[in-house]
Design a protein around this ligand. Structure first.
Ligand code: SF4
Length: 162
């Protein structure tokens, strides 16, 4: 069963969204965040930035003075916690591959950047989360819709609310 970073992010955002995504309903995949990310990388990290495929995850890796960092570029910090867990998952995959890295989330519109580290407690949490993601995406029907502030901007809103 393949678990991507986006799935980890959706787990922390909405389990119903995760379920739809796991069924291939990923029409929002080429979204604005990704396009912004490309622009930022091209402008700022042209020489030091590389895309690295690790299992099913495509990581944006930047070489820094003290080692390497995995970058995530986000349009806004409204979903900061899910974004952090997505990045922690990438750090977790790298650690399992024998590579230690730090995480950096950049919010270009807010002029802000945040460092993300992977603690032993995070590893434990992630291992529980990965198990629960498998449970959610194995369900025969999506979990019920729950009204959230970001439902109105969710790609799946037409499947939840009329
Ligand atoms: S519209 Fe709301 S309840 Fe439905 S999938 Fe999106 S976030 Fe979840």
């Amino acid at each position: 069963m393949r678990i991507t970073g986006v799935m980890v992010q959706y787990y922390f955002t909405c389990r119903r969204e995760l379920w739809f995504f796991s069924r291939g309903l990923n029409f929002d995949f080429e979204n604005e965040d990704m396009l912004i990310g490309r622009l930022i990388h091209e402008e700022s990290y042209e020489r030091d930035w590389k895309e690295v495929l690790l299992g099913d995850a495509m990581l944006d890796v930047v070489r820094r003075r003290n080692g390497i960092a995995v970058m995530e570029v986000k349009k806004s910090s409204k979903l900061e916690e899910p974004a952090k867990w997505q990045l922690k998952y990438y750090l977790y995959l790298l650690r399992k591959a024998g590579v230690e890295a730090e995480g950096l989330i950049t919010y270009p519109r807010e002029g802000r950047r945040e460092r993300v580290a992977l603690t032993e407690e995070d590893v434990q949490t992630l291992e529980n989360v990965l198990g629960d993601i498998k449970r959610v995406i194995s369900l025969e029907a999506p979990p019920p819709a729950e009204k959230k502030p970001y439902c109105r901007r969710c790609a799946y809103r037409d499947f939840c609310w009329v």
